[in-house]
Write a protein that binds this ligand. Structure first.
Ligand code: BDR
Ligand code: CA
Length: 313
């Protein structure tokens, strides 16, 4: 499998951190060209800082980190401190980053990188609201044809919603951005709640992480212990779902996931169902398919991969 050049667009977030660490630990499969931060789980000043904290935790201080949009395209920012804590990365005690934030705006970095590298070679990996990606598409429509693929975490069909009864957080925060991305014509692979809610960090899986006895695995286990409280209380499940690393795991081992190529439309009008991903899973409309919408995952295979790779850092 050729190494994939990717840009991670993210709002860390403990599960974003897991996704970034998995990518940075997997240079045989993934080359991280840059990390672009967006407002989401917490405001932008924290997400860009957290992205640098995670790079430093991984010992990869040469990865460029950029700050992007600080608010959704047409709405006020909704954050999720109730899940991720005040900093977004609550759990372990990690030092403030020393590596600098790049001066260039994240959206300009995305556009320039896609224009500069050969067409069809860059994969965008959004792990938060789609504001940066949609803004890049709006400002530079020529990049659409040059992107190899977008692999994103967002949306839900069978699991419906987590931030509202009808919507998943990343899509709900910026539904206008999501609509632009899903209508763009770029090849899209989606990791919805239908998949991520099967990837549960049970006590055995956290123990396997801690048993690696490395600073990175310890930090990851501390992050999981923190945010798990919220989700296990909410769902009454054996462990919390680990959403975002499904994106980077897919780039390494796509065979862990299965889904359907279907039409996905974004609700942008209704107050009741705002941000809903209306996926035509059963093929009951004649709307043109626009996304590979994942539905199932080999959860133990996923955790074996995550633990083995994070232990490498
Ligand atoms: C998504 O929302 C955020 O809280 C997580 O980081 C993940 O990207 C799950 O709905
Ligand atoms: Ca996220």
């Amino acid at each position: 499998m050729p190494v994939r050049d990717i840009i991670i667009d993210t709002d860390p977030g403990q599960d974003d951190a897991a996704a970034i660490l998995l990518a940075l630990a997997s240079p045989e499969e993934i080359n991280v060209l840059g990390i672009t931060a967006v407002a989401g789980n917490v405001p932008l000043p924290l997400t860009q800082k957290n992205a640098r904290i995670v790079c430093e935790l991984a010992g990869k201080t040469n990865v460029p980190v950029f700050a992007g949009c600080d608010a959704p395209i047409a709405r006020k920012l909704v954050t999720a401190e109730h899940v991720h804590g005040k900093t977004g990365l609550d759990g372990p005690t990690l030092p403030d980053p020393v590596m600098p934030l790049c001066e260039q705006h994240a959206v300009d970095f995305i556009i320039e990188t896609i224009r500069d590298l050969p067409a069809g070679t860059i994969t965008l990996c959004p792990l938060g609201p789609l504001t940066n990606i949609a803004t890049a598409i709006q400002r530079a429509p020529d990049i659409v044809e040059r992107v190899q693929e977008i692999v994103l975490m967002g949306g839900a069909y069978f699991e419906v919603g987590n931030i509202t009864p009808a919507a998943e957080f990343n899509i709900y925060v910026d539904p206008e951005a999501a609509e632009i991305v899903f209508k763009s014509g770029i090849k899209i692979t989606v990791m919805p709640l239908d998949v991520t809610h099967k990837v549960l960090v049970t006590p055995e899986r956290v123990k396997a992480m801690r048993d690696q006895k490395t600073p990175v695995c310890d930090a990851m286990a501390d992050m999981i212990d923190f945010f798990e409280r919220f989700d296990t209380d909410k769902y009454g499940s054996a462990g919390a779902p680990l959403h975002d690393p499904c994106v980077t795991a897919y780039l390494i081992k796509p065979e862990l996931f299965s889904g359907r190529f279907v039409n996905v439309e974004i609700e942008t009008q209704s107050e009741l169902t705002l941000g809903m991903t209306v996926a035509d899973w059963w093929g009951v409309t004649d709307r043109t398919p626009n996304a590979m919408f994942m539905g199932d995952v080999d959860a133990q295979g996923f955790f074996d991969l995550l633990t083995e790779r994070l232990a490498r850092l």
